[in-house]
Design a protein around this ligand. Structure first.
Ligand code: AMP
Length: 206
């Protein structure tokens, strides 16, 4: 992949609302949302990679970096070849990747990161409640068990939070994420709409 995709990263702890915001953005023309966890969950769970994903995610662990990056690259290539994602027209909204500094380094040559939106929710109990609701709705094993949820927070603090220091401070935006999805969306759009407009304005609409 010689092309660096212009992208924004949705960043935040489990339950902070990355997926909710990412899905809404993905519905807006000019944005393409890709959630790494969704790609993993779409795998054939009897395949070798699918089994590895289940082994790690059911314990609240991350899938090893090399496998994750390889799967992400393959998935991106497929989305581009099928013209589902059009890099010349769409701002890529990545959710849940990179999740370690090593992943951030591996993606460096593939991504032009324009902004990192850090969804900040200091109320861990609220995030746990959100995750349990989601577990029931989406039948997610990793969010059904209290111990696994707490481990996911530990892994986030230890392995994922350091990713924030990898990117320049001036592209990191802290977004309060305790409010309702629509209120959070207003803050998210305030940040990302001008970026999308600046980089992808369609000359036909001017
Ligand atoms: P999520 O849907 O983002 O909460 O991800 C669910 C699970 O998928 C995580 O707990 C990990 O086991 C795995 N996963 C998703 N994204 C990554 C990633 N970037 N690196 C490693 N594992 C990941």
């Amino acid at each position: 992949m010689s092309h660096r995709y212009k992208c924004i990263l949705l960043f935040g702890s489990p339950g902070s609302g990355k997926g909710t915001q990412g899905k809404i953005l993905g519905e807006i023309p000019g944005f393409f949302h890709l959630a790494c966890g969704d790609v993993f969950r779409s795998l054939d769970l009897t395949s070798s990679l699918g089994k590895k994903f289940m082994t790690h995610s059911s314990k609240g662990e991350l899938v090893p970096d090399e496998l994750t990056v390889e799967m992400w690259q393959n998935n991106m290539k497929a989305q581009v070849s099928l013209s589902i994602f059009k890099p010349a027209q769409d701002l890529l909204v990545l959710d849940g990747i990179p999740r370690t500094v090593s992943q951030a380094k591996a993606l460096k040559d593939h991504l032009d990161v324009l902004a990192v939106l850090h969804l900040v929710c200091p109320d861990e109990a609220e995030m746990v409640r959100r995750m349990r609701r989601r577990a029931l709705k989406e039948n997610r094993l990793d969010d059904a068990d209290e111990k696994v949820i707490h481990h996911r927070f530990e892994v986030y603090r230890k392995e994922t939070e350091p990713v924030l220091s990898y990117y320049p401070k001036d592209i990191i935006h802290n977004v309060p994420a305790i409010a309702s999805p629509s209120m959070v969306l207003m803050s998210v759009l305030d940040l990302v709409a001008p970026i999308q407009d600046h980089h992808f304005r369609n000359p036909l609409t001017q």
